[in-house]
Structure formats: structure tokens, C-alpha cells
Design a protein around this ligand. Sequence first.
Ligand code: 6CS
Length: 288
Amino acid sequence: MNLKGLFKKTALAVTAVAVTGFSHGVVGKANAEDTLEKLRAQGFARIAIANEPPWTEVTAGGEVTGAAPEVARAVLKRLGIKEVVASVSEYGAMIPGLQAGRFDLVAAGLFIKPERCNAVVFSEPDLCDAEAFAVKKGNPLGLTTYAELAAHASAKVGAPGGGTEERLALEAGVPRDRVVVVPDGQSGIKMLQDGRIDVYALPTLSLVDLLGKAQDEGLELITPIKGTPVYCAGAAFRKQDTSLRDAYDVALAEMKASGEFSELVSSFGFPGEAPNLTSREKLCGGPN
Ligand code: 6CS
């Protein structure tokens, strides 16, 4: 089933992403313009990424790419900010790093979720995907959901630190000692091949990329994962940078309207129309 079907299945209301003119208080305006003006003056924005293709990637030659950084690059260029300087970070460290001023925004495919919307302000959604498990061929433990993982006596699941899959496992009741933090995709596949984990949990496109590179007939993909939604990510900004975020949204909406956005994200395998089937407000469970 394609993502659109998944969205229907998850009964997400179809709403056009209406870009409103941005309004803000004087203080908000001053801070945000400081940040936007600061980034324009210095000529670059510091972004947090994860290195999880096709969402984010640092190539062998050290180039930063992936759908999220490329969308951010294109939007920031429209705002007069020519370059991005990327730092690889664990998902769980991205928001603290942003708040501490180590990054100017997160462009890592960070899923827009209510608990995160309490800590940062997000752009409108840009990249959406379902959830997946990579397992040994034939799925010997019969694990197709987080509930089954929790119910199993000993099954271990690997997931990115501070990422959604780690949280889904813990919330489903998988004991902490059976949720293994995996630092990167290659390590996760190796741990699965070596039997150190029984399931490697990531978004579908991430595992499709990793399994494609692993070329291991002994592994297989399960997706979607019953009981999990289609998640959509967005760029994340400090709470006080709402006008920077609003300016980012206006440029992002222009890219969506021109077709440039859909062409860019689909080149990484992401559905161009999926983000417009929802909105930041819906994903945050209220205004953000
Ligand atoms: O935002 C997150 O939590 C998730 N986003 C991606 C792109 N990969 C895994 C991570 O858990």
C-alpha cells in the first residue's frame, strides 16, 4: 500500500496547508529578525542532521545531502542564507543542542510530535514515511508489532537513541534492557545479522536504503507496523524564533506551489503530496 493509502487508513483529514501571513509580537519579532538577520549576515545556518539516508546523509567525500538538508538548503537560499554547516547528532540530542544554541535549526527528518512541539517550533511538514522492522528472513520470532515485541520473553529491538522507534518500544512496554540504542544504520544491520538484536526498527525508507546496501538474502523488511502512524517531519527551530520559522514556511510553501519541492523530495523517494495531507497543527495536536 502506498503512503497515500496509508494516510487514508490512518484517517488523516485532507487539509490544504494554508500559509498564513506571519504576525508576531514586538519581542518575538526582534529576536527572530535577529536570528534571521544574523544568519543572512554570516552567510550560513548551522543545521543538525543524523546521517540516515535518504533523510540525511554524509557521503564518503564528506558532502552533506539527503532530503531534509536539501529542502533546508533550498528554502534557506530563498531567505538569502547561502550555505548550511551540518553537525551529525543523535536524535535525542538535537533539540537540547538547538536550545543550547549549537544549531540554528534541525533539518534531520525530525518527526513532528506533540511532546516535541512543547520544546521547539516546527516548519510545516516536509517528509513523511511509515514505520518498519528489519528482521531475519522468515521472521522466526513472528514479530510484526511493538506489542508483540513487548510480549515476547527475550526479543531485543534496536532503535536510534532518542528516536521515535525507541520511544514506541518503551511505550509499548518493551523493558529498557531489551531496547538497544543503535548509533548508525550499518551498526544496526550488523547487530541484526549477528543476532544481537532480533528487530531493527526505523522508518521504512531508511530500512529500504540499508537493506538495499546490505544485499543480504537472510534479512527481510516488514512495513507498515500495525499500531504506528505515518509520521511526518519538519524543520525545527528554537521557540523564540517563530518569525524565522514563519519566513521558512513562506519559502517552503512557495517551493511546494512551484513544484520544486515535490521534484526535490521525490528524487530521494519521498512522496511530494503526503505532507499536504496533514499539517503542523494536526501533528502537534494544536497551534505551534
Ligand atoms: O524523528 C524521529 O524520531 C525519527 N526520524 C527519522 C528520520 N528517523 C528515525 C527517528 O526515530
